[in-house]
Design a protein around this ligand. Sequence first.
Ligand SMILES: [Zn+2]
Ligand SMILES: [Zn+2]
Length: 179
Amino acid sequence: MNLHDITLISFGYFENNFLRNVVENIHHEYKLNIHLREGHLDLSDFYHPARRQYDANKLLQQLEDHFCSDDCKTIGLFNVDLFIPIFTYIFGQAYLGGRSGIASIFRLSNERYGIAPDDNLLLERFSKEIIHELGHTFNLIHCHVPDCVMISGTYVEDIDQKTSHLCPSCKTKLQHKLQ
Ligand SMILES: [Zn+2]
Ligand SMILES: [Zn+2]
């Protein structure tokens, strides 16, 4: 695979400083060039009125069709509540071995759970989520090694339990992909 870059596209408002820190964290794990840019989408097209959430499958498809290129992995960053039909909500999803993924910060903040804000924790959670979805685009499946960022999780507590790093086994698989 001839891979050059990772592109993060923010849809909706994120603080610049916050995104720069996200980029730093992603770079720390993947050691690839990371581009950050803003994207614009009318999210009302993806809104599900009965669920009052946004259709993650349609958003991911939109990203794949209109914002991706073959020479990089693209992750769309959102701040809305994402769902897919079989789950109450999701933090993100990606095409396994594909070009794109999405991640949302919506359910990652302490405030969402009635706890005092913690910007560092929020940064850590969002970075882990993006590193996880990027892993899927590099064809990594869910891992069972404790601490590995590729462990699947349902709750923010699950994200807090793991590190932001790929375990040695996932790292080896990634290296093969990048050669
Ligand atoms: Zn996953
Ligand atoms: Zn692993």
